[in-house]
Design a protein around this ligand. Structure first.
Ligand SMILES: Nc1ncnc2c1ncn2[C@@H]1O[C@H](COP(=O)(O)OP(=O)(O)OP(=O)(O)O)[C@@H](O)[C@H]1O
Ligand SMILES: [Mg+2]
Length: 345
């Protein structure tokens, strides 16, 4: 099978490059609807960075974090080769031949043991501050935490997320040591972040949305799409990369494939709506009220996230853009399916 490479997203890449060119001063929250290509963008960017950057990429997807030990395990990666943690730091900050990329923050067994024994965040966060300070003497550290919402509710004495935000603020605004990117597609988490007083003036938001029309059209180029198939692709998938990829990988009946994806999405939404009707009629009516707004428009605004919006967000039907205070369907496929469900309901 032919591998489809990364398709450039000039606008977002430029925005991130500009951030990386400047001194670290704000935390960057990268957010957007599900499957819009946030992780692909960040991963591609890491590959492209010049040699003076050192990237630490921590992906919390699939990690179960409910206590301190889980968190330490998710953040750090045991470096089996090195004896001394100072030696790890020296290697990281002195190697100048290529940029370095780490999945997780490499530490020695001794350091990990200490964290597990002491069991206080203070040690971990102090250690990280020293760690990045040391690296920043020769290189520019970049810390990326993907799926940060996974620790949104973790509580051990205090909320872990606040401890982490404090570290992020320290590394960016106060010490200008390290670029910090936090990635998430969870609208409810971003809403929480957005209204968080401690982050006021200390972070910026970077939206990674589905491709716009031109980018989607360019993405399909070179994959033998007829004009009809292009129209079908945009009509069904909009700019959702994963949906367009599915059509690219279908050679014989692209229209049939698009219709099949639509049928599946419609079935999923029907399941959500009709089971809600059976279980909670009041909520059902409120949810239909929101959905009916999308019969004629593609987006709508909101003042605050009420229960019916939260319901639709949790079911991955609606994406709430807290920065612009807008509600949009999670995908073009979802919008079309939603409209059809609303016709029958
Ligand atoms: N610019 C791109 N070029 C090529 N493929 C892409 C691009 N962006 C995304 N994709 C593909 O689309 C799929 C979804 O992308 P990705 O996982 O990056 O989305 P995401 O926004 O991080 O999703 P989630 O909301 O689940 O975190 C992946 O298979 C990825 O390879
Ligand atoms: Mg992702």
């Amino acid at each position: 099978m032919r591998r489809i490479g990364f398709h450039d997203r000039d606008k977002e890449m430029k925005e991130i490059r500009d951030i990386l060119d400047a001194e670290p001063s704000l935390i960057t929250f990268v957010y957007g609807p599900i499957n819009s290509g946030k992780t692909a963008l960040i991963t591609h960017l890491i590959e492209e960075l010049p040699e003076d950057y050192v990237v630490f990429y921590v992906n919390l997807r699939g990690k179960f974090i409910s206590n301190y030990d889980d968190f330490v395990r998710a953040l750090f990666k045991l470096d089996r080769e090195k004896k001394e943690y100072k030696e790890i730091l020296r290697t990281i900050s002195e190697v100048s031949l290529k940029s370095l990329k780490f999945t997780g923050i490499p530490v020695t067994e001794g350091v990990l043991d200490l964290f597990f024994k002491e069991k206080t965040y203070d040690d971990v966060f102090e250690f990280l501050e020293d760690y990045f300070t040391e690296i920043a003497k020769n290189k520019v550290p970049v810390l990326i935490v993907d799926e940060l919402q996974k620790i949104g509710d973790v509580r051990i004495n205090t909320h872990l997320i606040y401890e982490l935000f404090n570290l992020f603020i320290r590394l960016t605004k106060e010490l200008h040591l390290c670029h910090v990117f936090a990635v998430t597609s969870d609208s409810l988490f971003i809403e929480q972040v957005y209204s968080e007083a401690m982050l006021e003036g200390r972070c910026r938001y970077l939206m990674v949305d589905d491709f716009d029309y031109e980018t989607a059209a360019a993405f399909l180029d070179g994959h033998d799409f007829t004009d009809d198939e292009r129209t079908i692709a945009w009509g069904y998938c909009g700019g959702k990369p994963v949906c367009l990829l599915e059509l690219m990988n279908t050679k014989d009946d692209r229209k049939g494939k698009a219709e099949e994806m639509f049928k599946i999405r419609k079935g999923q939404i029907e399941e959500v709506i009709y089971s809600l009707e059976a279980n909670d009629k009041k909520m059902f009516d409120a949810v239909l009220g929101i959905l009916s707004e999308f019969i004629v428009s593609e987006k709508t605004t909101y003042k605050y996230l009420n229960d019916e919006i939260k319901f639709l967000v949790r079911k991955n039907i609606i994406f709430a853009d807290s920065v612009n205070k807008e509600l949009v369907p999670q995908s073009q496929l979802t919008l079309s399916a939603m409209r059809e469900v609303m016709r029958d309901v």
